[in-house]
Design a protein around this ligand. Structure first.
Ligand SMILES: *Cc1c(COP(=O)(O)O)cnc(C)c1O
Length: 383
């Protein structure tokens, strides 16, 4: 039996990465600025289009942090955040001494519910007398959030959107790319994301001035003076020119990665289409084009005859890595005191949902092997 380990989402090199890294060494640009950083930013701007400006940073988390700094978030402020996400969406709120207010997901996209977003804003204003300072919707697993509804609420209450597009490069909403829809957007190039710089991120900004300001904060907020003069608290968040070289190589294969992840998603749908009680995270209609960063399924145990955890443990015993969906932030011990608005849609998804191996390096045979574990459980439950 083929028992080779199948991982959830491995980085996949395109082949040109080392050429850009070698160039950095040849030019002695082994520093957090230089031609690879500039080139990578230009590649991302060309890819995203829409008149935006990209600043490459050391992580997606750093990008979220610098966006909140520039949105004027201060100690005691409230920031609305999608509850169903990775902790990195919410942690930067706490870095600033501000308080997260968590909003549940809706069942179509699994992302921020416009209904509970409105309810949260109105309740916070009536309770605290102040508007939340920002709204952080997430395009989870590469699925675009219901941005028209969210943007219209943002406009109505005059609260800016910080898009968490860490998992969503390559996805689009109504023909516009995720990462270009909010006042700011963060991207991540961590090892498990759509493309990697071995660790890195970017902040997408609307204007050149804001991009310059982002660079200013990312490089220790040094004022314009011959000596070291500071009027603001700064950060050391720029991306290294060596890592940016990996990113330039990865940009050459981004379209292939997106295509392959979507192909993998289709393969799973084909293999698993007759499994009772199994459903997929699915584009609600033509307006939504997920990159299918990870293929996610939900198991209804009452119909399937087995649970999400049965699937995960069986996969584990077959040397296949799978993972429960994100545990919502309002259920995390560290955020237990944060307000939450919702109807437990995210909690149900967490209880019954599973991410399947989806890396672009997986073969059709690998996908079939993963699917056969689930098909085996179906057989067992019919006995
Ligand atoms: C990965 C991720 C981040 C953080 O990105 P890093 O580059 O790992 O700091 C933020 N939000 C979401 C939803 C993510 O998946």
């Amino acid at each position: 039996m083929n028992n080779k380990k199948i991982w959830l989402s491995l980085a996949q090199m395109g082949g040109q990465e080392q050429r850009f890294i070698q160039q950095a060494f040849d030019d002695n640009y082994v520093v957090p600025l230089g031609p690879n950083v500039n080139g990578f930013e230009e590649d991302l701007e060309k890819y995203l289009g829409q008149n935006i400006h990209v600043v490459a940073l050391s992580s997606g988390t750093a990008a979220l942090h610098l966006a909140l700094v520039q949105l004027g978030v201060e100690a005691g402020d409230e920031v609305i955040c999608q509850s169903f996400t990775f902790a990195a969406s919410a942690n930067p709120i706490a870095y600033l001494g501000a308080k997260p207010v968590f909003v549940d997901s809706e069942a179509d996209t699994w992302n921020m519910s416009p209904h509970f977003l409105r309810q949260a804003i109105e309740h916070r204003i009536s309770k605290t007398g102040k508007s939340p300072k920002a709204i952080i919707p997430v395009h989870l697993y590469g699925m675009p959030a219901k941005m028209d509804e969210i943007l219209s609420i943002s406009k109505e209450y005059n609260i800016p959107i910080l898009e968490d597009a860490a998992e969503a490069i390559g996805a689009s909403y109504k023909g516009r790319r995720c990462g270009t829809l909010g006042e700011f957007a963060c991207l991540s190039f961590n090892g498990n994301k759509m493309i990697t710089t071995s660790g890195g991120g970017a902040l997408v900004c609307k204007t050149e001035e804001v991009a310059q300001r982002t660079m200013f904060f990312a490089t220790q907020a040094r004022d314009n003076a011959p000596h070291y003069q500071h009027s603001h608290i700064g950060y050391n968040y720029r991306l290294s020119n060596v890592c940016a070289g990996i990113g330039r190589g990865q940009m050459l294969v981004l379209d292939n990665h997106v295509a392959r992840r979507r192909e993998i998603n289709n393969l799973y749908r084909e293999f698993l289409k007759d499994v009772p009680g199994l459903s997929f995270h699915t584009n609600p209609n033509e307006d939504f084009k997920s990159n299918y960063w990870l293929t996610c399924i939900v198991i209804d145990p009452a119909i399937a005859g087995f649970t999400r955890e049965d699937v995960r443990l069986k996969m584990d015993s077959e040397n296949i890595e799978s993972r429960p969906l994100w545990k919502p932030m309002h259920l995390q011990p560290v955020f237990k005191d944060a307000p939450f608005y919702g109807d437990n849609t995210a909690e149900k998804l967490f209880n019954d949902g599973l991410c399947l191996p989806s890396g672009p390096g997986l073969t059709d045979g690998d996908i079939e092997r993963v699917a056969s574990v689930i098909l085996g459980l179906v057989k067992d439950s019919e006995l």
